[in-house]
Design a protein around this ligand. Sequence first.
Ligand code: AMP
Ligand code: ZN
Length: 478
Amino acid sequence: MKKERKIKMILYNTLGGTKQEFIPHEAGKVKMYTCGPTVYHYAHIGNLRTYIMEDVLEKYFRYIGYDVLRIMNITDVGHLSSDADTGEDKMLAGAKREHKTVMEIAQFYTDAFFSDTAKLNIKTPDVVEPATHCIPEFIEMVQTLIDKGYAYLSGGNVYFDTSKLDSYYVFGNMNEDELQVGVREDVTEDENKRNKNDFVLWFTQSKFEDQALKWESPWGLGYPGWHIECSAISIKHAGEYLDIHCGGVDNAFPHHTNEIAQSEAYLGHQWCPYWFHVLHLLDKRGKMSKSKGGFLTVSLLEEKGYDPLAYRFFCLQSHYRKPLVFSFENLDNTVQAYNKLVARIAKLSADGEPDLEAAKAYQEKFREALDNDLNTSLAITALYDVLKGDISDATKRYLIADFDKVLSLGLIEAAEKKAADTAPAEGVDVAKIEALIEKRKDAKAAKNWAEADRIRDELKASGIILKDSKEGTTWSIE
Ligand code: AMP
Ligand code: ZN
C-alpha cells in the first residue's frame, strides 16, 4: 500500500531568518494577526499585495484543516507620519486635506478598504477592531508596563524603556537599511527618551497640539502610540499566545520589533513565534507608498478597464518574499493569461462526477507548492497541470474549484459567465461566425479594410455584433 505523505507546512520566519515548520500553539487551531490599514487614505495596490498574500495564507491554513481565528486592527489614531513617533498624526493630516473630521475620514476609508478587499476576493478577518474602540485595553497595558518597570514617564509622555530588554533587535537578520525605516532625515531626536530606540506608549505631549482625538488616562489627556494598538488588540482577542503575525516588510522595524518588546514585557513569556512579512510592491519610483502620493488604487485599475481579480492573479504569480515590480505592461500580460485560463475552463463539460481518487495526485502537487513557503506561482502551475491532465472534465472542474478555495481567482464563476455569454442562441452558427472573424482578421492583417468592413456588415445583418479590443475580437448577439 502507498504510504501517506506526512505533510509539513514550511514557512519562512523573519524571527530567526530561516524556513521552519509551522506548528501552532494549540493543535488544529491557528491564531493569526494582521496589521490593518491606517485609514487616512485609500489603500494602494502595494498595501493590497500584502493583504492578498495574507489572505492566501489564511485560506491555505483553512484548506489544510486548521480552525483559524484571524484578527485585524484598523489604525484610526496614533500613527504619526514617521514610524519613529514623530511628525503629524496621519489621520489628522487626512482630515485637514479633505476638510472633514477625523472620524469621518476613518469611516470613509475603512469602508473604501473593505470595498477594495471584497473586489479582490479577500476574506474579511474574523475580528476587525478599530483602535479607538480599545482605549481601556491600551491604558491597562501601559499601566502594567509602568508597574513592571518597563516604561517611564517623561515630558508628559509614557515611553517603553528598551534598555530593560536583553535583546531589542529581534529581527537580527534584517539589513541596516530596513532597520533605518523609522529613522528618516526629517526626524528630530526626542529629548525625553532615555535611549534612542525607546518609543511612545501614550502621548499627552506632541509637537502637534491640535490632535483631534484624546482620552483621559492616568497620565493626562492623550492618545495611544501606534505600536501598543496591535499588541493590545491581539492579546484582547487571541489571548496570551498568538501563532503568527503578518504585515508588509516595512512593518518589521520599528513596528513589529516594538510590538514584541512590549507584549513580551507585559506577558512575561514569548508571545508570537512566527512572523510573516510580505515584500513590497514597487513602481518606477521605488516602494509604492501613500505618503509619496501618485499611487495606484483598485478604483483606478477599474477605471482603466481592469478586473481587480487580474491584479490578484498578478500577485499570485510571484513569491511573496520577492519584491514585485508593477507595470501596466506586466498587468496586460496577466490579463491575457487570466482570460485564456477562464476560456479553457469555460470549455470543460459540466457533466459527470469527479474521480476523487484521480484528483488526489493533483491536490498533492498543489499542497506541495503551498507547503513550501507558500509558493503561489507553483500552485498556479499545479492548476495548469490540471487543465493539461489526462482526467475527466468533471475532475478538472472539481480540482479547479478546490484550488480556488485558496487562490480565490473566481475561476469557476468567470468561466460560467463566459460560457453563458458565448452560448449559442438557437439558430446561431458559432463555427460560421468564428470562421468569418478569422477571415476578417486576415483581411485586416493584409490591410484590406474594405473586406474587413464587409464581413462586419455581413455579420451585423444577421444580428451579430463584433467588438475589437487589445485581446482580440469578441462577438455578441444584437
Ligand atoms: P498602512 O495602511 O500604511 O498602515 O499599511 C498597510 C499594510 O501595507 C502594512 O502591512 C504595510 O506594511 C503594507 N505596505 C505598505 N506599503 C507597501 C508596498 N509598497 N507593498 C506591499 N505592502 C505594503
Ligand atoms: Zn500592527
